[in-house]
Design a protein around this ligand. Sequence first.
Ligand SMILES: Cc1cc2ncn([C@H]3O[C@H](COP(=O)(O)O)[C@@H](O)[C@H]3O)c2cc1C
Ligand SMILES: O=C(O)c1cccnc1
Length: 400
Amino acid sequence: MELIAETIAAIRPLDEAAMRAARERHDRLTKPRGSLGTLEELGIRLAGVAGVCPPPLPSPAAVAVFAADHGVHAQGVTPWPQEVTGQMVHNFLAGGAVVNAFARQVGAEVTVVDVGVKGELPEAPGLLARKVAHGTADMTQGPAMTAAEARRAVEVGIEIARDLVAAGHRCLLTGDMGIANTTASAALIAAFTGRAAEDVTGYGTGIDDATHARKIEVVRAALARARTEPSGEADAAGRADPLTVLAQVGGLEHAAIAGFVLGAAAHRVPVVLDGVIAGAAALVAVALAPGARDFCVAGHRSAEPGHAAALASLRLRPLVDLELRLGEGTGALLALPLVAGAVRVLHEVATFDSAGVADKDAAATDPAEGAATVPAEGTAGGAAADPADGSGGDAARNRA
Ligand SMILES: Cc1cc2ncn([C@H]3O[C@H](COP(=O)(O)O)[C@@H](O)[C@H]3O)c2cc1C
Ligand SMILES: O=C(O)c1cccnc1
């Protein structure tokens, strides 16, 4: 079987027994039940990811920064020259970018992957040269990628995830670098969520209102053009093949990140998503393999409006919301200590029994719902059925 199909086939549901054990353990720890809010659901879901309770700490962690260029840059969607993509790759390798500073702060390793930077990058220690093409073509004029390029870039992401897990990493984080990639992200998000271009197209790294209006028109034009193309093998519901949509309006780094998410899920390692680029890529991954969603942790919500739309569609609640609009993996890295905290609680916090702390009345009542007695298990549901690790305020989580 070829790699993409094999990877999708290897993605299995969350382990219900491990999640049940984590839920029960949470209820015995020396804290009021539910007091860690959505971090409890996250810890439970990570037990389901690993298939064991407590799940492993997300350490060592690695952020993979996938870099690529975009033909749509020619449409004037950003004031930054395209060369900045390759220049930032060198900055990453020299340790001088924000992603490097944040990675040092949280003890994560930075891996830099050239999946589609335009032009030749000089060889440099640490650079993984996996160039599939010299950037994409302008998506307003024709497909951004050929089907073969899109598939190959997805495979690159799968291979990087596999290699990082084989090297011992227990948590993967997504990163990106590609001038103009918020335009391709908006197009992907519109295509996968059905939202209008103006609702999902933002200011990227920072543009004036006239450029923003043009960017919306560019996204609209690309989507209209893509609709006139054959949509690949549609599924039973008539939805276009995700890889075809990806090739039409996506980027090589989106493709690689989609593969990275699939690879992490297949290896049962959590993947912390960064911003709007990762959100767009995760939509591709989840359209290919719905079960991949449960292995994703939304690190943060960026300032890009399309990111909120992507997260809503993925039913993922972001851990951090700091109005970041940078990418590179920065938001995912800032969230890593929260992921670690969610897991560490399950390892280290004493139980009422072991610490000799008196539990309150065993007949728990739910203040939110009056006097209903809520059984300890089976209330929070599987994470798959749960709207994210707590995006909804379901009463089960608030049980007393
Ligand atoms: C110096 C610099 C460093 C960056 N690091 C990440 N991005 C981010 O900005 C780009 C997307 O924004 P847009 O679609 O508006 O071009 C991507 O490269 C993304 O990683 C950067 C952008 C710049 C200019
Ligand atoms: O959401 C992001 O990650 C983002 C936003 C603007 C520019 N680059 C990335």
